[in-house]
Design a protein around this ligand. Structure first.
Ligand code: 13P
Ligand code: SF4
Length: 339
């Protein structure tokens, strides 16, 4: 028997009816969300599912979103590449991007006529903040004729100055698709370094870093390996080179997840944002995830109440300067043409 909590605002409340409707959804997350916390999430999930239908909206969620978003309200989940691809496919009128600002901008570039919402406009990214369109124009003067590959973790302003975008899941293929001896690869220095190790193309990099992945260290990995025999260490290529050297597998967030699903190592350390371990653990409870928790403060700005609020009010809408849309979109579309 559940108790109905009286509401003093228009916020949704937990009731027996909500509990019953949400029971199958709780089943998906019950190994990672304690049952005492579910009454807080359930009415929000219930309200969001209803609003999605009313607004003909689709929710795209990055692998770093928390389980109550990732498993309970999202229609499409994935890495940056999958979210960009799925944004092209959707027939919904409205896209809610549960991720960070550059992901919502990418969805808008690919769907200029749709409404794209981000539940918190302040959800930024240290990589996107590390470079501007003006920086790219200066680099082109310094390296005339060298094509510019930019990570999708950049603003529309930067994409508009680029030849082609890439994600961590396709970076090597994108670089090699250009058929040149050299490329400017911006702004993630560590991803650039990783790509340089996988190709003969000469890579010129920039000093941008992800504030989440740059904090991992080889010493940390060694101490986890010493304490957990048989531990398999899987790292994202935004980690520093000495961390990647110490890992057993390196890949984008989707490649990391697929590796765990295919190989089923009994004990895993995912060197990336910590919600991803919770999301995979909800599906694979038999695997032990060792969690050195590095949270992305930007990803964590997205919450269920903010998703509900943006859908209720159709606020926090992504708008892009009309002069940037065509060139920025071209750089993203060139990337999507590479399979
Ligand atoms: P991917 O999901 O494309 O691997 O990107 C990781 C990331 O840090 C996104 O912000
Ligand atoms: Fe940016 Fe790093 Fe956060 Fe991803 S995890 S959004 S790259 S700061």
């Amino acid at each position: 028997m559940t108790t109905t909590v009286p509401s003093t605002s228009s916020e949704p409340v937990y009731s027996d009816a909500v509990a019953a409707r949400m029971e199958p959804i709780f089943d998906r997350v019950k190994t990672v969300i304690p049952s005492v916390e579910w009454p807080v999430f359930a009415p929000e999930v219930d309200a969001i599912l209803r609003l999605k239908e009313e607004r003909n909206a689709v929710i795209l969620a990055h692998n770093y979103q928390t389980p109550e978003i990732f498993h309970c309200v999202a229609d499409i989940v994935g890495d940056s590449l999958a979210l960009a691809r799925e944004a092209v496919e959707t027939e919904a009128d409205c896209i809610v991007m549960c991720g960070v600002h550059f992901m919502a901008e990418t969805a808008k570039l690919l769907n200029p006529d749709k409404t794209v919402l981000i539940p918190d406009m302040n959800a930024g990214c240290s990589l996107a903040d590390s470079i501007t369109g003006a920086d790219i124009r200066l680099l082109r003067e310094t390296y005339p004729g060298v094509p510019v590959v930019t990570y999708v973790n950049t603003s529309a302003d930067v994409k508009a100055e680029s030849d082609i975008c890439c994600t961590s899941g396709n970076a090597v293929a994108v670089v090699e698709s250009l058929g040149t001896d050299r490329v400017l690869f911006l702004p993630d220095e560590y991803l650039a370094n990783y790509v340089a190790g996988q190709t003969d193309v000469d890579i010129i990099s920039w000093k941008g870093h992800c504030e989440v992945h740059e904090r991992f260290t080889p010493t940390e990995i060694e101490s986890y390996r010493a304490g957990v025999p048989g531990l398999v260490v899987i790292a994202h290529p935004e980690c520093p080179p000495d961390v990647l050297d110490a890992a057993d597998f390196v890949g984008s967030t989707a490649q990391m997840i697929n590796h765990v699903k295919n190989e089923r190592p009994p004990k895993v350390l995912l060197l990336t944002e910590c919600s991803m371990s919770d999301n995979v653990a909800a599906e694979l409870p038999e695997i032990e995830f060792v969690r050195p928790c590095n949270l992305c403060p930007h990803m964590k700005l997205i919450t269920l109440p903010k998703i509900r609020h943006s859908l209720e009010t159709m606020s926090q809408e992504i708008l892009i300067d009309s002069t940037l849309i065509a060139p920025a979109r071209r750089a993203v579309e060139r990337m999507l043409e590479i399979r």
